[in-house]
Write a protein that binds this ligand. Structure first.
Ligand code: MF3
Ligand code: CO
Ligand code: CO
Length: 276
């Protein structure tokens, strides 16, 4: 049985109940989400061949410090970086390191910043110089799948409607949806109820109600959906080493549909392929 609680009176931990936020919560999420979007916007001018993903992490560290934000991933379950940087066949949770990006890579950069206690969580794909057509198509399909998922967010729909919208579209494009990771409730917590699966059947799961806040963050593979986690305990890769892509927005359910907290002020939600 699913229960819904007012975020104002609920304890600040994941109890499994679904928290419903009011106008202050939405205002806080807009501030946090916008800052994440601005950080991801700024990275469009930073990402290039030869750059180490550690330099991306350093940039996000400085950006967070300069804007009075805290990085949610630092020290999260032992994670020691400000971002996740997931290249090519890395599905998610790639750990920034000193290896340089190469022309033709596609890289997901995932940033979660805490502003006045509110968590903004978003990620985008960046093309490093010209990329192969197959890679570009995967990025396009993944972004479109996120939009389709967001399009299913309205009161009375269910989490299963979101997953079904994503899965139906992705599989129709002969790609596959990763099932081992999901979107999540967030707000004053980083990972909260409910789980947002990126696959499923219409009408199943949890009913969406105004005031709910969560992420949608589909991971889409060119090949099979199966993943494995490397011995570092974080890096998830496709088992068949096929390319993988991901986009993420933080959204809130309104009376009529949804608001996206992490929209790019510059319209760079899907960045252009960066010239080498
Ligand atoms: N930002 C990721 C998400 O979308 C979570 C990263 S947790 C980390 O939920 F520890 F790997 F950074
Ligand atoms: Co997330
Ligand atoms: Co994220």
């Amino acid at each position: 049985m699913v229960t819904y609680v007012s975020a104002e009176t609920a304890p600040l931990r994941n109890t499994g109940s679904i928290r419903l936020y009011g106008p202050e919560g939405f205002a806080g999420m807009h501030r946090a989400g916008r800052l994440v979007a601005e950080c991801l916007d700024a990275l469009v001018d930073i990402v290039r061949p030869g750059l180490a993903t550690q330099a991306i992490d350093d940039f996000v560290r400085d950006f967070a410090n300069d804007h009075g934000a805290l990085p949610a991933t630092l020290n999260y379950r032992g994670y020691t970086k400000y971002t996740c940087t997931s290249i090519n066949h890395v599905v998610c949770h790639g750990i920034p390191n000193e290896k340089p990006l190469r022309e033709g890579d596609i890289v997901n950069i995932d940033v979660t910043l805490i502003v006045d206690g509110w968590h903004g969580d978003a990620s985008r794909m960046y093309g490093v110089g010209p990329v192969k057509r197959a890679a570009e198509r995967l990025v396009d399909v993944t972004y479109e799948s996120l939009l389709r998922g967001i399009g299913a967010v309205r009161p009375g729909n269910t989490t299963g409607d979101i997953g079904a919208a994503i899965q139906t579209y992705v599989e129709g494009e002969r790609c596959s949806v990763v099932q081992d990771f999901c979107g999540h409730g967030l707000g004053q917590l980083f990972h909260d109820a409910p789980n947002i699966l990126h696959y499923g059947r219409p009408g199943t799961g949890v009913e969406l109600r105004p005031g709910m806040i969560f992420t949608i963050e589909p991971m889409v593979n060119l090949g099979r959906p199966h993943v494995k986690v490397l011995s570092d305990g974080w890096t998830a890769v496709t088992r068949d080493r096929s390319l993988s892509a991901q986009f993420e927005h933080s959204v809130g359910v309104t009376d009529t549909g949804c608001e996206i907290f992490t929209l790019s002020p510059k319209g760079l939600d899907k960045p252009p392929i960066i010239a080498a």
